[in-house]
Structure formats: C-alpha cells, structure tokens
Design a protein around this ligand. Structure first.
Ligand SMILES: *Cc1c(COP(=O)(O)O)cnc(C)c1O
Length: 335
C-alpha cells in the first residue's frame, strides 16, 4: 500500500489551492550565501491561506462525513487556525464557533480587534473567550460545553481539537505535502519550518521518512522550548503512526528543534524577528508573519555560517493577517 493509499482512506474536504508554488529566493539567498528556496503554503488560497488549510481539509472532511452543522475551534486571539476554520466552514455551509484564548500578555486594542479577529467577524463566526492561554485541555473542555449547548439547540457540532490527547488528523495534510514536495523535483539539504502545535512538523517529517526521503527537517520553536517541543513532536509522530496504521518511519535523530529564536516567548516580537521580516520583504517582496514565519527566518539566518552554500527550503506557513494586529508595535521597530 502506498502512502497515497493510506491517505485516501480519510475523508477530505478539498478546497486548498494545491500544489503550492516552490520558488527560489535569489536575492536574499545571495546576500547571505545560501541557495535559499521557499515553499509557498501562504498561498493555499482559502480565507487568506496558510498551513491550516491543509490540516483543516482533513478535520472538516471528517466533520462533513459526520453530518456536522457547526464547527468549534479554540486558539490564541490572533490564531490563523480559527480564522481559516471560519472560512472553510463557510464554504461548506457550516456555522463556526471560535474560542479565543488570552495567550499573549499585555496586548492592546489593535491586537484584540484587528488582523485575524476582524476576519473572524467578517466570516460570520460566533466568538467566545477563554481566559487562560496555556491550558489546552481546559480550552478543549470548555469547547465541549459549548458543543453541548449547540446539541440541545438541535445542531450537530464538530470539535477541531487542540490538545495533544486527540488524534493528529490535521497532520495528514502535511503527510500529503511531503508527497507534493517530492513531486516538485527539487532536492534540499535541509528544510526549516515553524514547530507550534507540531502538527505541520510531524506530518511533513513522517511523510518524508515514509517515502524514504532523508532530508533533515529543523523545527523552529515558536511556542515552547526545544526540550518540551521535542517530547511533543515525538509523541505526536507516534500518534500519527497509530492514526494511519503505519509503522513509525521517524527515528529520534530525525527530530531536530531549535529554540534560539523563541525568546521572548509566543507571539512576542524580538529584534531578530523584525529584521528577518524587514529583510525578506525588502529583498524578495515576500511578506512573513510576526508570530511564526518571521521567527523561522530569524532562526535560519542565525545559522547562516553552517548553511553556507547549501540548498535550503524555508517553508512559508502563512499568517500574514496577524501583521495588522501588531501594527503599532511593529511600526515602532521598523528602520
Ligand atoms: C499554526 C501556524 C504554524 C504552526 O503550525 P503547527 O502545525 O501548529 O505547528 C506556523 N505558521 C503559521 C502561520 C501558523 O498559523
């Protein structure tokens, strides 16, 4: 059975613009001495795109198969996941309930109302709030309370889970992305991507290794330090093996995390992040985001000596709407 056959067993709500382009970044690459490329998953098409489109195709395929009428999802206030879920639910004729968690301390009105929050409202989602930002199990439990209310009102709710005790269904989208990348025929010395919930990281790594491809994948930590994230990726990959019924093709040595760009914490700007955003915009006309991809580029550029002359793939996972939520903070730091 091929990897593709394994994926075909899962329902999928196809709507992403796939495959996404794979492009060179000649100007930035030349200025830092790296043969740098970008995988444009910011261009997945639905609701301003990003990596969550690939993940949600599998969650919402499952929702559709179950006859769901309402999608429930939780995330940070500026979550791209919840915004994308609202867009994809709208396309499927489902309602969407979004629970926003207070995960980033000390943020202003712009953060709370612009960017993804504005889009959530535009997309017609019902917004709820959750006071804690570091309580995944509690946030999921609160979603189940909302689901129960909806069920009483005659709806059929479907929860897109966040916590790591649920099957990593969204990772199937990135297993598929591994097939897509290898079909695009470029070989890379190393791939860099953001490691947040770890769904993207574990799906891509699992997919590549299952296909016999040994390209190193470095996850840049954006949410937790490298020790904690290594455990999470390890566990989620095992969960993915169980979900697909496949043997786990990933060895502990394959799991590489780098938390050098993580400080001062999730969703917090740093000088290397702002320089990476600025440099990428001004050399390539390419817009990164302030929570994930900017930190990945900062982490990659910090290793430019080790990467000199190598062919490196930067995986763009989207997230640009959050730029507008950071407008004041960011504007003050631009040079
Ligand atoms: C969610 C997100 C990530 C992290 O992906 P995970 O699958 O949660 O690890 C990276 N980049 C962007 C823009 C995101 O929205």
């Amino acid at each position: 059975m091929t990897l593709h056959d394994h994926l075909k067993r899962f329902p999928r709500a196809r709507m992403g613009h796939l495959p996404t382009p794979l492009e060179p970044m000649p100007n930035l690459g030349k200025s830092v001495g790296i043969d740098l490329w970008v995988k444009r998953d910011d261009c997945t098409g639905v609701g301003l795109g990003g990596n969550k489109v690939r993940q949600l195709e599998f969650y919402l395929g499952k929702a559709q198969a179950e006859g769901a009428t309402q999608v429930l999802i939780t995330g940070a206030i500026q979550s791209n996941f919840v915004r994308t879920a609202a867009a994809m639910a709208a396309r499927l004729g489902m309602g969407c309930h979004i629970q926003l968690e207070d995960r980033v301390p000390g943020k202003n009105e712009t953060y709370r109302e612009n960017g993804n929050v504005l889009l959530d409202r535009l997309l017609g989602a019902t917004l709820h709030s959750y006071p804690e930002g570091e309580d995944e199990a509690g946030a999921d439990a609160q979603l189940r309370v909302i689901a129960e209310d909806l069920r009483h009102a005659g709806e059929h709710p479907f929860i897109v889970p966040l916590s790591a005790d649920q099957p990593p269904t969204g990772a199937l989208g990135y297993v598929e992305a591994a097939i897509e990348l290898l079909s695009q025929a470029e070989q890379f010395d190393e791939i860099f991507l953001a490691s947040g919930s770890a769904i993207t990281h574990c799906g891509l790594l699992f997919g590549l290794r299952a296909l016999g491809d040994k390209t190193p994948v470095t996850g840049i930590c954006v949410r937790r330090n490298a020790d904690v994230q290594t455990d999470r990726v390890t566990r989620r990959i095992q969960d993915l093996a169980e979900l697909t019924g496949m043997e786990n093709p990933v060895t502990p040595k394959d799991i590489c995390l780098d938390d050098s760009a993580f400080e001062p914490g999730y969703g917090q700007l740093s000088d290397p992040l702002v320089s990476a955003l600025q440099l990428t915009a001004r050399t390539e006309g390419l817009i990164l985001d302030p929570v994930y991809t900017g930190k990945v580029m900062a982490g990659l550029l910090a290793q430019k000596d080790r990467l000199a002359g190598k062919r490196i793939l930067f995986w763009h996972t989207g997230g640009q709407p959050a730029l507008f939520a950071y407008a004041d903070l960011l504007d003050a730091k631009l040079t």
